[in-house]
Design a protein around this ligand. Structure first.
Ligand SMILES: Nc1ncnc2c1ncn2[C@@H]1O[C@H](COP(=O)(O)OP(=O)(O)OP(=O)(O)O)[C@@H](O)[C@H]1O
Ligand SMILES: [Mg+2]
Length: 291
């Protein structure tokens, strides 16, 4: 299937997540407000994989916390399957950067947790949790404790636990941010494999533009506040012109590089650094020139 056919197909699918004119202002110190998000609107369709990139502080975590229902928004609307999001719910699974497994539960019990919340019987929950662990390649670690796993293994269990509750959407805030590059690449591939087997829509936050482009159907580029936008705002939704399934070889393709450069230019517009405005600390003796 050509890339344009693929986008036509995605556009024909039902909207799962509908974010309209979302604004968020936190109470600031001294009675002021901190505008975290300004007039953010986008839609995510069923089984779409959307990544969100942007400079530090432009509102990415705030956005994902609002989608999760962990933070109440100030203005606008968030609809999941047409229903307003007003609090946390089992229709949203979450995986964050910090290792969020319950340390007092075994790997298996961690994955069973969401299933037992849904009042699935113990034996059925156990069997199903083992299947999810198998999907993330960790059935053999079922009886281990979280502290006995590597960072990458813990995040795989966190993904299995989130998916076991059968959410409509998986929300991920820099889930691989703390991992070394090799483990991170393995988990990216693993996540795409899981996504190809499971009916799940994904919103994935990352600082890493390569990761954002390689994983996604579309990349949402958030910008920090400026004179016209008091909070972080959505600069552009960039369609990734790469076929699915993704391969590592695509990282060297012209389409990948062009998309990556475009997003990089949006996030880091060229700036002239006014060296004369930098503070000067005289730490060297004259003659210690480094040039
Ligand atoms: N609970 C809060 N109270 C007050 N201000 C907040 C709160 N949470 C976030 N902010 C502010 O909202 C803005 C956006 O923060 P957010 O954590 O969403 O950014 P981010 O894009 O996730 O940054 P990073 O890339 O560093 O994780 C920042 O200015 C931050 O200081
Ligand atoms: Mg953040």
């Amino acid at each position: 299937m050509s890339v344009s056919d693929r986008f036509r197909r995605i556009a024909a699918r039902p909207v799962v997540l509908d974010v309209q004119h979302l604004g968020m202002a936190f109470p600031g110190s001294g009675g002021g407000v901190v505008h975290a998000l300004h007039d953010v609107s986008f839609q995510v369709r069923r089984r779409e994989f959307v990544t969100v990139v942007g400079a530090s502080g432009c509102g990415k975590s705030t956005l994902v916390r609002i989608l999760a229902g962990l933070t109440a928004h100030s203005s606008g609307e968030v609809l999941l399957d047409g229903r307003p999001v007003n609090g946390p719910g089992p229709d949203r699974g979450m995986v964050f950067q910090g290792y969020t497994l319950f340390p007092w539960l075994s790997v298996l019990k961690n994955v069973m947790f969401g299933l037992e919340m849904q009042e699935v019987g113990h034996d059925a929950a156990r069997a199903e949790a083992l299947q999810w662990l198998d999907l993330v390649g960790l059935a053999h670690k079922a009886e281990a404790w979280p502290h006995q796993l590597s960072g990458g293994q813990r995040q795989r269990v966190a993904i299995a636990r989130a998916l076991a509750a059968k959410p409509r959407i998986l929300l991920m805030d820099e889930p691989f941010g703390a991992l070394d590059p090799q483990t991170r690449a393995n988990l990216q591939e693993h996540l795409l494999q899981i996504w190809s087997h499971v009916d799940i829509t994904i919103v994935f936050i990352t600082h890493d533009i390569d990761e954002a482009v390689w994983l996604a159907d579309r990349v949402l580029v958030l910008q920090p506040p400026d004179a016209a936008h008091p909070g972080g705002w959505l600069r552009e939704a960039v369609e990734v012109p790469l076929p699915v399934p993704r391969t590592r070889a695509m990282l060297a393709s012209d389409a990948f590089r062009a998309t990556r450069e475009r997003i990089d230019a949006l996030i880091h517009p060229p700036q002239v650094h006014a060296a004369e405005r930098l503070p000067v600390f005289k730490l060297t003796q004259a003659g210690d020139e480094i040039l």
